[in-house]
Design a protein around this ligand. Structure first.
Ligand SMILES: Nc1ncnc2c1ncn2[C@@H]1O[C@H](COP(=O)(O)OP(=O)(O)OP(=O)(O)O)[C@@H](O)[C@H]1O
Ligand SMILES: [Mg+2]
Length: 629
């Protein structure tokens, strides 16, 4: 990746470092010429004004060349590091999109975000400024020392004697600084996470009136940050002071020995004032690279640690994926027949589904009910293949679901999840979210960019006819008409807040706008009143023509028109049949129906229950967000 850019950059840095040493050579020629020093060099045996002018011009040219080379370096190394940053971010994001439920069940959102920002910057710093400085340090030392040796080996030996002490000390201090810097960064993360949680959960904090405790907590964390910052400053300051002191000491010794070499020429073999000035100037150029050594170790250490954390994101693979040999690419579409053959799902030693058998011809309207935790959501997840069964087979149109390309599966099945997620976007875009956007070019990953990539064209406007029709079927159209900007109303943080029932219906509209072969609704009518529910069910029956619909619900009133109803309990199918058959059987379902009929009779008498339900709705709003932390 970017080998050519780095190579050119490195050559530029080495050349710049060599050219940078030329001015001192010209100064030496001038001084030795002016002082008529005798080092048997004819060029310095007397000097004319024209010669001095030439040297002056040489200095200017050297400065110009060094400047130009630095520009080339920046063009190459720094731009390459920015491009690499873009590539890593692009590839990680693309990979994160391929990962499945099993990954996101374990991953922490905050952690992923942190890696994509903080760790990525650390890697970029290492590849850009860091790489430049490493080359710079090495080549500065190499070029300077060859010149120094040529000028005076005695003085150079003194430098070599002192250098390890300075570098060692700087290195030690830099490590201390890095350690304390890490501590500061960790505390920064904690504080940010705390603040973010508090702002997102403001309703809970207010609701429980625990502001004072939260303020005290935050203050303690803030104080700890202050303490760590002061500890950092305490080692940061001495670094500069010590360096200046040691460099001053070195120059003192060199001045003494250099003066002695000039005063007693028989000891030094042709050491001149000009050479002395060149020596000191050349040495002075090493001060900055020396300071950078400690700093660069830190950048490299941080960069490598961060790179390991990024690799984990790049290397993560979905558990469920297409597999050559097993996936059958000739399957392009689905009709919608669903069969479960002895399907068992275990999480660890927890039995979640226990030998479930189902037979649904294409076009069936299936109702599923059962107590909370009985495995309804898991059953739905098997049909989208968010999860593979521990044993048994799920079949769609007679094919083992594992043979069907995931793309075909996802294109033909829509799910309204139990906790729908809406984006901070217009309501139209939220509904049209799953509509195909094949016009978009796929962005290649794993390749280097050298030019600035062309920004992708934005997805085309959603097909408003389809959006409106879906909204109507989902019983949402009336609500949207009352919004300030209709379908262009923004939702979420910068827009209107939908009620629980409106959120559910938006999610239903999103699912049906794609006209899927199989439609799954997981407890999607829990937050709407019975009147709205009737409207949605009418819409759904219209949608259901020729499609397989799986409707998970707790209310018998929601399920009564289903072709088939399945009652789950602790992962087992305990009853199965039509509404009338199940009522006649007088089992679990019949009991559920009796209790709910009693409750609804009470409900009409007591409006208070409405209010309680509304309050429960509000809580549901808050809880899913809380649960995600
Ligand atoms: N990723 C998971 N890891 C471990 N256990 C899980 C996981 N997902 C689900 N379970 C367990 O599987 C069981 C069935 O869960 P499921 O979500 O299917 O219940 P449900 O019938 O949909 O309940 P509800 O009506 O409350 O939505 C539960 O005991 C649940 O804790
Ligand atoms: Mg569920």
């Amino acid at each position: 990746m970017h080998r050519r850019q780095y190579l050119i950059g490195i050559v530029a840095v080495v050349l710049a470092n060599s050219v940078n040493l030329l001015p001192y050579y010209f100064i030496r020629l001038t001084i030795d010429g002016l002082t008529r020093s005798t080092d048997r060099n004819p060029a310095t045996l007397g000097v004319t004004l024209a010669q001095v002018g030439l040297y002056a011009l040489g200095i200017v040219l050297a400065a110009l060349t060094a400047g130009a080379l630095t520009l080339v370096m920046r063009r190459m190394i720094v731009i390459a590091s920015r491009q690499t940053e873009y590539e890593i971010r692009r590839d990680i994001y693309a990979n994160l999109q391929t990962l499945d439920k099993a990954y996101y069940d374990r991953a922490r959102t905050g952690d992923i975000m942190n890696r994509l920002t903080g760790d990525l910057s650390a890697v970029r710093e290492m590849l850009g400024f860091g790489a430049w400085q490493i080359v710079n340090i090495v080549s500065a030392f190499a070029t300077s020392f060859s010149v120094l040796f040529g000028l005076s080996w005695q003085l150079t030996l003194i430098v070599i004697a002192v250098l390890p002490v300075i570098v060692g000390l700087l290195w030690y201090l830099a490590r201390l600084i890095n350690q304390r810097h890490t501590l500061v960064q960790e505390q920064n993360s904690l504080i940010a996470a705390k603040a973010q949680e508090n702002f997102s959960g403001a309703r809970v904090v207010k609701g429980y009136a625990i502001e004072d405790r939260e303020i005290a907590d935050y203050r303690a964390m803030n104080l700890e940050l202050l303490r760590r910052n002061i500890a950092l400053t305490k080692v940061d300051g001495p670094l500069r002071a010590f360096t200046t002191l040691l460099i001053g000491l070195t120059f003192g010794v060199i001045l003494l020995v250099g003066g002695w070499l000039i005063l007693f020429p028989q000891s030094g073999g042709g050491f001149t004032v000009g050479k002395f000035v060149q020596f000191v100037g050349t040495l002075d150029r090493l001060a900055w690279p020396m300071m950078m050594i400690g700093w660069i170790t830190g950048v490299t250490q941080r960069g490598m640690a961060s790179w390991r954390r990024l690799r984990e994101l790049l290397d993560a693979r979905p558990q469920i994926h297409d597999e050559p040999g097993r996936t059958d690419p000739s399957i392009r579409t689905l009709r919608g027949a669903v069969d479960f053959e002895d399907v068992t799902v275990r999480y660890g030693d927890r039995l979640v589904l226990d030998h479930v058998n189902l037979h649904l011809p294409a076009g069936t309207f299936l109702g599923v009910t059962g107590p909370t935790g009985s495995g309804k959501t898991v059953l739905a997840q098997l049909i989208t293949r968010s999860l593979d069964p521990t044993s048994g087979v799920v079949r769609l149109d007679g094919h083992d679901i594992r043979q069907i390309p995931l793309r075909v599966l996802r294109e033909n099945i829509s799910v309204v999840p139990q906790e729908p997620f809406l984006f901070s976007d217009t309501i139209a875009n939220n509904i049209a979210f799953g509509l195909e956007s094949q016009e978009l070019p796929t962005i290649p990953t794993g390749v280097s960019v050298v030019e600035t990539p062309v920004p992708p064209t934005l997805p085309p406007q959603p097909d408003m006819k389809r959006v409106q029709e879906a909204a109507r079927l989902a019983g949402l159209a009336g609500d949207v008409e009352n919004f300030p900007e209709g379908y262009n109303t923004m939702l979420g943080e910068r827009g209107v807040t939908l009620s629980g029932g409106q959120r559910q219906r938006t999610a239903i509209a999103r699912a049906i706008v794609r006209e899927p072969r199989i439609l799954i609704l997981d407890d999607s009518l829990s937050a709407v009143d019975t009147e709205t529910e009737r409207r949605i069910l009418d819409g759904l029956r219209e949608v259901a023509q020729g499609r397989t619909v799986i409707l998970i619900a707790h209310r018998v009133s929601t399920l009564r028109h289903a072709d088939q109803i399945v009652v789950l309990e602790e992962g087992r199918v305990i009853e199965q049949g039509t509404h009338d058959e199940l009522l006649a059987a007088g089992g679990h379902y019949a009991e559920l129906e009796r209790l709910q009929r009693l409750a609804s009779d009470l409900d009409t008498e007591d409006e208070g229950i409405r209010d309680a339900e509304a309050a429960a709705d509000d809580l549901k709003h808050v809880l899913p967000q809380e649960a995600m932390k």
